[in-house]
Ligand binder design. Structure first.
Ligand code: NAD
Length: 515
């Protein structure tokens, strides 16, 4: 194991390439296609990531299939103990993981620790697998007959993750998949795969047997291979809508279970009676934290009635945020992931102006001393925004907040429900009756009441809905136990040799045979 860890993909001047993890070993890809992993604050090339070859993809999947034969029979307690060890190792390496994450993804160091921590909570929950996978039994469903169901692992599962949470989202996937007895092939984002690799190495160190967790890198070709390979039983995807829709269709058409968590436009509804200071802090934090690159970021503020007067306060609060490299202490808003993302977000801002929205705060081209090459966009705010404008209709995925005014709570609810996305929403109010009406009538899968980013803890499941999700079951929590297991229902009867009942006639009628 020491040799494996020495050749890891941690940040180091000597480490030029990100490895594949196949059959418990970190191996150098033989591919000719490589992509630079770039620090978004400096443009420094941290490593090169391979796009795995067809042979390497096949090897990872066949290795996982071999490992499944024994892993599925490994006692639950043994699987749980691997997770107990993994959570300990993640805590041990928290600073190292966060430093790697900030370097390759750009978010601030405290936010990077939050990214790791929210994934760590899933690993902690995976330690309870014993009670999470219990079946059920009913005695005497007919004379002398009992029926029970058990949950069994389904085989080799695959995970495809986005760039914005390179620790949390891989940890949504592989710990729950493998603790339920499956084996796994993970394909991290090619934009920031290094933190995910550190986590995979920790999984090896924690005792995940060779072949149970495999990691391959790449883009569309690798994803398509995972979605179509006959051995893969289930595909978990987190990323944008257009890719998620493609993945869901491809995987489903090839007979696999699929769950796709996708893009969002999250509305925060602000009532005039809301606690002003708390709400402003929450709106600005949820809008601009992680440079707006959270799927649960607040991207639309809906000001109801007199709350309309708060626009100058929102702008003033946003101006207090410090834009700088994530590694610099006190930074609130780091760079966006890539030059392409920066250009895309700037084009949204330009179009918002063209379409007639009022640019209250223009964050384009901020000067960040010492990090002049970084992909920075400072907090940007539009008011007078309306459905039909591109900045309202589409996910921007950057530090851009759009403000819509409505007259009443009913108008706000109608606006949110007419939007195709359903990942998250929130209401800020002091009124329990208003909050209750909102949570009852709003058609969005995750609701915050005076809570800006309502991502559920892992005892629950992530339950985005409508255009933000494809598939019935969400990641982590009880839903993912269902996703990663097959229910088998057994009806059993035992004959008592000393009994004289039954056995005289062959039973050909369903009800009689169950008597
Ligand atoms: P993305 O869709 O570009 O990439 C996600 C994954 O798909 C990556 O591993 C990537 O390599 C792969 N991929 C990219 N293009 C592909 C293609 N044409 N065919 C097959 N695979 C392809 O997403 P991203 O930019 O990395 O992440 C940001 C997006 O993820 C945002 O839309 C955000 O809202 C969403 N997201 C959603 C959730 C959620 O839980 N709903 C969580 C995090 C991020």
């Amino acid at each position: 194991m020491a040799a494996v860890l020495e050749s890891s993909s941690a940040i180091s001047a000597n480490t030029a390439t990100v490895k594949l993890l196949i059959n418990g070993k970190l191996i150098e890809s033989k591919t000719k296609v490589w992509k630079d992993v770039v620090n978004p604050a400096t443009q420094e090339v941290l490593a090169r990531v391979p796009f795995a070859t067809a042979d390497e993809i096949d090897l990872a999947i066949s290795t996982a299939a071999d490992a499944f034969k024994t892993w599925k029979k490994t006692p639950i307690g043994a699987r749980a103990r691997v997770m107990l060890k993994l959570q300990e190792l993640i805590r041990r390496d928290m600073k190292k993981l966060a430093a790697c994450l900030t370097a390759e993804q750009g978010k601030t160091l405290p936010d990077a620790e939050g990214d790791v921590f929210r994934g760590l909570e899933v690993v902690e929950h995976a330690c309870s697998i014993g009670t999470l996978t219990l079946g059920e039994i009913a005695e005497n469903v007919a004379g002398g007959i009992d029926t029970y169901f058990i949950r069994q692992p389904i085989g080799v599962c695959a995970g495809i993750t986005p760039f914005n949470f390179p620790a949390m989202i891989p940890l949504w996937m592989f710990p729950m998949a493998i603790v339920t007895g499956n084996t796994f092939v993970l394909k991290p984002s090619e934009q920031d795969p290094m933190t995910t690799m550190l986590l995979a190495e920790l999984a090896m160190e924690a005792g995940v047997p060779a072949g149970v967790l495999n990691v391959i890198h790449g883009g569309k070709e690798v994803v398509d291979a995972l979605c179509t390979h006959p051995t893969i039983q289930a595909v978990s995807f987190v990323g944008s809508c257009h890719v998620g829709e493609h993945v869901y269709k491809l995987a489903s058409n090839h007979g696999k279970r699929a769950q796709c968590m996708m893009g969002a436009k999250n509305h925060a509804v602000v009532m005039p009676d809301a606690n002003k200071n708390q709400s402003l802090n929450a709106l600005v934090g949820a809008g601009f934290g992680a440079a707006g690159q959270r799927c649960m970021a607040t991207s639309v503020v809906v000001l109801v009635g007199e709350a309309n007067k708060w626009i100058p306060d929102i702008v003033a609060k946003a101006k207090t945020l410090k834009v700088n490299a994530g590694i610099v202490a006190g930074t609130d808003v780091g760079p966006v992931i890539s030059k392409a993302a920066k250009t895309r977000i700037e084009s949204f801002i330009a179009q918002g102006v063209t379409e007639g929205a009022k640019l209250e705060l223009d964050g384009r081209n901020p000067v960040v001393a010492g990090y002049e090459k970084g992909n920075f966009i400072a907090p940007t705010i539009f008011s007078d925004v309306k459905p039909g404008m591109r900045i309202y209709d589409e996910e921007i995925f950057g530090p851009v907040l759009v403000i819509v005014n409505v007259d009443t709570l009913d108008d706000a609810i109608a606006l949110v429900n007419a939007n195709p996305y359903g990942n998250g929403t929130g209401i800020f109010t002091q009124s329990g009756a208003v909050a209750r009406k909102f949570q009852n009538e709003i058609d969005v899968g995750q609701v915050g009441i005076n809570v800006p980013v309502p991502v559920p803890v892992p005892y629950f499941s992530f339950t985005g809905s409508r255009g933000s999700k494809l598939g019935d079951l969400g990641p982590y929590g009880k839903q993912v136990i269902q996703f990663y297991t097959q229910t088998k229902t057994v009806t059993e009867r035992w004959f008592d040799d000393s009994s004289v009942e039954g056995g005289k006639n062959a039973g050909v009628n369903m009800t009689i045979s169950l008597k």
